[in-house]
Write a protein that binds this ligand. Structure first.
Ligand SMILES: Cc1cc2nc3c(=O)[nH]c(=O)nc-3n(C[C@H](O)[C@H](O)[C@H](O)COP(=O)(O)O)c2cc1C
Length: 397
């Protein structure tokens, strides 16, 4: 076996104590992922202990862990090994997307989502959050160590300076990514669009968007065509397939990735027709249906919203995540379904012509602006919540 990073070595012998309960996280990694050995009883005991734990940071972290993340990778590692009022948000170097996200831009956006929810949860709980981003320097090397993305000091708010809870946080459990086709008969009122843009224009990030039919006629086919391009890139397809969890058992086991359930996909997986280790033939039923699904998503967008920054620093990527999660909470408040279409913003050379059209249609200048998030919006049936890892999977104590 090759040499291991300090983090991996640490996990190999990981016996963690949370509030006195013992969690045995075994040897390590299965296909690069955590491999947690726990029986149901131990798990129940742990949850009871966690529930009883008086460390207020855990409740805040649990809320923040409902944050959206690219491919639902949940790339956060939470370090509680320092002082009792400090949370260190680290990036987990084992939870990156080297193909789809070679510069970890989406990873930092995902961590920004986590940070914003943490800060909102703290405020709602009567705590002040003092956040220092990149305390180790502003250009983190993601691998092989797990750099600190933010140091968060949590202090109780004083009675003279009480904190008002952020109303958007009430939507925490309703916020979801909705990949269904959207209702093409329902248009989104302008005032709702305006309120969403308002919610997403924070932390120095600009939100813009459209529900204008003339522009939708350009953007929807653009997304469809870009999806076709995306599907012809076997490396990105394979990376996504590896992170697709089919059926209850796999979803429960991994608690990350893109969860797919239902009789047909589960049957297909049972008979090897839903592969995760190879890219199916381009004309296979599987690939045809993947292409159709993605195209339908583009075709049925009732509107688009994009978040952009002037420049593309790591701090701006974090800020984009902070803005994005607020945008999504606001969308949930207005019963608007939302799905990012990040493949259109990727660095892949084949995507550049589509991206140029996108910048032209959104009237952005790629020399000055960086599109950080692009989402389709509309009305759709609700979808189930996606899985999250347990606190014990990502807290270092
Ligand atoms: C930076 C970022 C990029 C994302 N890109 C996509 C995407 O291209 N397509 C998609 O369907 N979902 C995308 N998502 C949504 C995630 O897949 C989703 O947040 C994750 O699966 C968890 O599901 P939830 O949002 O319903 O909790 C993205 C999310 C983030 C934060």
């Amino acid at each position: 076996m090759g040499s291991r990073s300090p983090l991996q070595q640490q996990r190999r012998v990981f016996i963690r104590l949370i509030g006195g309960s013992i969690i045995l996280a075994s040897a390590g990694l299965l296909a690069g992922r955590h491999f947690i050995v726990e029986d149901d009883e131990l798990q129940r005991a742990k949850e009871e202990k966690l529930g009883a734990n008086s460390d207020p940071r855990l409740a805040l972290i649990e809320k923040a862990s409902l944050a959206p993340s690219s491919h639902n990778l949940q790339p956060w590692l939470i370090d509680l090994r320092g002082p009792a009022d400090i949370i260190l948000l680290r990036v987990d170097p084992e939870r990156l997307l080297p193909v789809a996200d070679p510069h970890a831009r989406e990873t930092l956006i995902s961590l920004g989502c986590f940070l914003e929810l943490l800060s909102m949860a703290a405020q709602a709980g009567g705590f002040r959050c003092e956040i220092i981003e990149f305390p180790e320097g502003n250009a983190p090397q993601i691998t092989p160590v797990a750099p600190v993305i933010a140091q968060i000091r949590i202090t109780p708010a004083t009675t003279t300076e009480p904190l008002l809870p952020e109303p958007l946080l009430a939507m925490l459990e309703q916020r979801r990514t909705n990949r269904l086709p959207y209702d093409t008969q329902r248009t989104i009122p302008d005032d709702i669009l305006a309120s969403l843009l308002d919610a997403g224009s924070v932390h120095g990030i600009q939100a813009d968007g459209t529900v204008n039919p003339a522009l939708l006629q350009k953007l929807n086919p653009l997304a469809e065509n870009a999806w076709q391009t995306e599907m012809s890139n076997s490396e990105t397809v394979l990376e996504s397939l590896k992170l697709t969890r089919v059926g209850k058992k796999e979803i429960e086991y991994h608690r990350d990735g893109i969860a797919v359930s239902g009789f047909l996909p589960e049957m297909a997986a049972t008979f090897g027709l839903f592969p995760r280790d190879r890219v199916p033939e381009p004309d296979s039923t599987f690939m045809r249906s993947m292409i159709t699904t993605g195209k339908e998503q583009g075709q049925t967008a009732a509107g688009w919203i994009w978040l952009y920054s002037q420049g593309n620093s790591h701090a701006q990527q974090i800020a984009a995540g902070r803005a994005y999660v607020r945008l999504q909470l606001a969308a949930a408040q207005s019963h608007i379904a939302m799905q990012p279409m990040s493949f259109l913003l990727s660095e892949a050379p084949a995507m550049q012509p589509h991206q140029k059209d996108l910048y032209d249609n959104t009237e952005l200048n790629s020399d000055q602006h960086r599109l950080q998030m692009l989402v389709r919006i509309g009305y759709a049936d609700p979808v189930a919540a996606s899985p999250r890892r347990r606190l014990s999977d990502f807290i270092l104590e």
